[in-house]
Design a protein around this ligand. Structure first.
Ligand SMILES: Nc1ncnc2c1ncn2[C@@H]1O[C@H](COP(=O)(O)OP(=O)(O)O)[C@@H](O)[C@H]1O
Ligand SMILES: [Mg+2]
Length: 259
């Protein structure tokens, strides 16, 4: 069981800048085989909370515990165990730096003349021929995949990499947000399958409420660094109590199935 207990994170600015209370006395829990969603608008403190759960930054106060053991009290061996058991799926495409050559080949897709000009100018550099989807020799390269397949594949690779170490809890911060619907559904299926078959717990951070409605078991709603509401998914969507949750749900794209 992974737990944040009353964690606060204050970023102190330089000289004149005033401190930012990014996370304010937040408590969350995620158990095995549980899909926990953390939702809230941009700037509500979700990523800061994730970074504390991943032991990437220290909490200003409060504690992060795994099976009741406070991470600040762990020795190096315990910490290694913690990092193995609590894994990240990093933020998805859009924030991941792409190799220049993949970017160029994508920009040139569908424009063979531009690809030829590019090749003349940079004969030794990579990039996919838009006609064959391969390199100069016709070998397939990652950059030649359609952009959305490439992104989905990258997310699958990131998930696979996180799973290689047999984690108990996976923390996914906007990991599928930028993916196309079909690719996103595929990645989510993988996650749900891991949850069901292997009992992996997920802390799924997103502003994508339709996804939350589909896959989450429990939901925490964050607003201005605080958890304003938490509960089972159905209760949150069917009978939100907090005014902010209601606003958030009202602003979400169609949450009711159209078919
Ligand atoms: N390293 C940092 N230094 C200063 N302020 C930060 C830092 N990281 C985040 N913040 C601030 O903390 C608040 C919460 O940010 P963040 O956790 O990224 O929110 P979210 O992920 O929900 O969009 C924001 O006001 C943000 O500007
Ligand atoms: Mg964020």
């Amino acid at each position: 069981m992974l737990e944040a207990h009353n964690v606060t994170k204050i970023f102190r600015g330089r000289r004149s800048a005033s401190p930012v209370i990014a996370v304010d006395e937040v408590s969350v829990q995620a158990g095995p085989g549980e899909f926990v969603a953390i939702v809230g608008e941009s700037g509500s403190g979700k990523s800061t909370l994730a970074r504390m759960l991943l032991d990437l930054i220290p909490a200003t106060s409060g504690s992060v515990l795994l099976d009741g053991h406070d991470i600040t009290a762990m020795n190096r061996t315990d910490k290694r165990g913690y990092r193995r058991q609590v894994q990240a799926v990093p933020a998805g495409p859009g924030r991941v730096a792409e190799p220049a050559q993949a970017r160029r080949s994508r920009d040139r897709r569908g424009d063979p003349a531009a690809w030829d000009r590019d090749r003349q100018r940079h004969p030794r550099q990579g990039g996919a021929d838009p006609r064959t989807g391969g390199d100069v020799a016709g070998r397939p390269i990652l950059g030649s995949l359609p952009a959305r397949a490439q992104r989905g594949q990258r997310q699958r690779v990131l998930i696979a990499r996180a799973l290689a170490l047999d984690p108990r809890i996976i923390i996914a911060d906007e990991a599928v947000s930028a993916l196309d619907a079909s690719v996103k559904a595929g990645v989510l299926r993988v996650m749900v399958d891991l949850k069901d078959r292997l009992g992996v717990g997920f802390v799924f951070i997103t502003h994508d409420l339709p996804v939350v409605k589909k896959v989450a078991d429990r939901v925490y709603v964050m607003h201005r660094g605080k958890v304003v509401e938490e509960g089972p998914k159905d209760r949150i969507f069917d009978a939100p109590k907090d005014p902010y949750t209601r606003t958030l749900l009202a602003a979400a794209p169609s949450l009711t199935p159209t078919t």
